[in-house]
Design a protein around this ligand. Structure first.
Ligand code: NAD
Length: 444
């Protein structure tokens, strides 16, 4: 099939490349000429494991190309995916202007029947708006489909190639058959293509992300209580998650969720409900618990060192909102760094992939170090913010000896408190009681 994917941020290139991988002719479009130039040279503007190999293979086979020319791309394609950003507006609503601009451009470019697929996460009713905007620009017939994306950054290729499910919102059987054909190579594992009406498909994406965010905030609240009453949330998590009705996923307490999806999608759903006079009280709490959680690590730092952090140097391990991505959108690291700086501290940080992004966000307000060991050097305390695998088993002796104070605040619970005590660290984590006997050194 001839496919056009508009928007080459995180979702667009992954979707486009995976469609090419199954034999389709795919052209990806972006207004950002820099990105398109990079992609045409085989350089991937984002860090996503496995993507470069797939892009190289499919471009060399002539099935995948990149352009800034939306007009040409739409003309030559039957199915046109809209995969542009839908960032939050000031009031929490989803900003649809990128989606609607693209819809208008598609309408203008059309010279015959087209399928337009909303892959961006968009509020219920957006497909109707897309239909209206396109209809204003063309006399040709077209179908609008909702096909929300569920991939996870860091595991995006695998998620796309072997999805748990594909959700398709359609209003007629002709386009339903077309979409099923397109996705059938990805469903050989037996997972379902779930076909529904367009509005339900749009809602499914928000409900999924909101529920995942709820699990995280719920567990973060339980972790706070565990800490107060002397229970260990790591054990509680295992006990709870082993119930098959609950499952182990998304029950890890930490220093808050971030990323380009959960925060904005929770806000957008709250906003959608509010517009209709409905309060989503659970989700309002999910959001405020998360905001509080992002401050928790610094609160622990201040309990230890005092409110004034002047003259204190903090090492930070991890800046991206989660491991295996360079994405720092709404990353807890941003709130943590800002709070440390506001209280007078200095920050030296390392992340395996997000250094460029961190430089763009913080400029020279923090020092970016060449590796995790450098980031710990002469630090009054080390903060673990993102649970990259390479932070799990460092040479603790090197870390301890290079620090000014051997103190660790672990926002992701990646270490065993007893082992950390044995390594000579004062160690604070989330939802696990701190035993005074764990300490081997005093703050100075
Ligand atoms: P992004 O912000 O990283 O990228 C969007 C791209 O669209 C940018 O490169 C931008 O230049 C381009 N663009 C904007 N206007 C354009 C236009 N008129 N023509 C062509 N290109 C244009 O976004 P993303 O993270 O890839 O997310 C895209 C959508 O998918 C969002 O709605 C998001 O909520 C949803 N989503 C994202 C993820 C994720 O993990 N990132 C997962 C599932 C769903």
């Amino acid at each position: 099939m001839k496919i056009c994917v508009i928007g080459t941020g995180y979702v667009g290139p992954v979707a486009g490349t995976c469609f090419a991988e199954t034999g389709n002719d795919v052209i990806c479009v972006d207004v950002d000429a820099r990105k398109i130039k990079m992609l045409n040279k085989g350089t991937i503007p984002i860090y996503e494991p496995g993507l470069k190999e797939l892009v190289d293979r499919n471009t060399s086979k002539g099935r995948l190309s990149f352009t800034t020319d939306l007009n040409k791309a739409v003309k030559q394609s039957l199915i046109n995916f809209i995969a542009v950003g839908t960032p939050p507006g000031d009031d929490g609503s989803s900003d649809l202007h990128y989606v609607l601009d693209v819809a208008r451009s598609i309408g203008k470019a059309m010279e015959g029947y087209k399928v337009i697929v909303d892959k961006s996460t968009v509020p219920v009713g957006t497909a109707d708006m897309v239909r209206e905007v396109i209809g204003e620009e063309t006399e040709h017939s077209f179908d609008v489909v909702s096909n929300p994306e569920f991939l996870k950054e860091g595991a995006a290729i695998d998620d796309f190639m072997r999805p748990d499910r594909v959700v398709i919102g359609v209003d007629n059987s002709r386009v339903e058959a077309l979409m099923k054909d397109l996705y059938s190579p990805f469903m050989r594992t037996g997972h379902p293509i779930i076909v529904m009406d367009v509005r339900s498909a749009e809602m499914t994406k928000y409900a999924s992300n909101a529920l995942l965010a709820t699990k995280i905030s719920f567990m973060n609240e339980i972790a706070s209580l565990c800490e107060e009453i002397g229970a260990d949330v790591s054990m509680v998590r295992q006990g709870v998650g082993s119930d098959l009705r609950i499952g182990h996923q998304f029950l890890f307490p930490g220093c808050g969720y971030g990323g380009s999806c959960f925060p904005k999608d929770v806000k957008a759903l709250i906003h959608t409900a509010r517009e209709r006079g409905i309060r989503l009280e659970i989700l309002e709490a999910v959001e405020s618990v998360n905001e509080r959680q992002k401050e928790l690590l610094v609160k622990k730092v201040k309990t230890y060192f005092g409110e004034d952090l002047k003259g204190k140097r903090f090492g930070l391990w991890g800046l991206s909102f989660k491991p295996r991505t360079d994405d720092m959108r709404e990353a807890p690291a941003i709130a943590i760094v800002n709070s440390l700086l506001e209280a007078g501290g200095t920050v030296q940080a390392y992340d395996p992939q997000a250094m460029e992004e961190a430089h763009r966000i913080f400029d020279n307000r923090i020092t970016l170090m060449k590796d995790e060991y450098e980031a710990a050097q002469k630090a009054d305390a080390l903060l673990i913010v993102t649970e990259w695998n390479e932070f799990r088993e460092p040479n603790f002796e090197v870390v301890r000896n290079s620090m000014k104070n051997p103190v660790i605040f672990d926002g992701r619970n990646i270490y065993d408190p007893q082992k950390m005590a044995a390594h000579g660290f004062r160690y604070f984590s989330i939802g696990r009681p701190v035993k005074e006997t764990d300490y081997t050194s005093d703050p100075s």
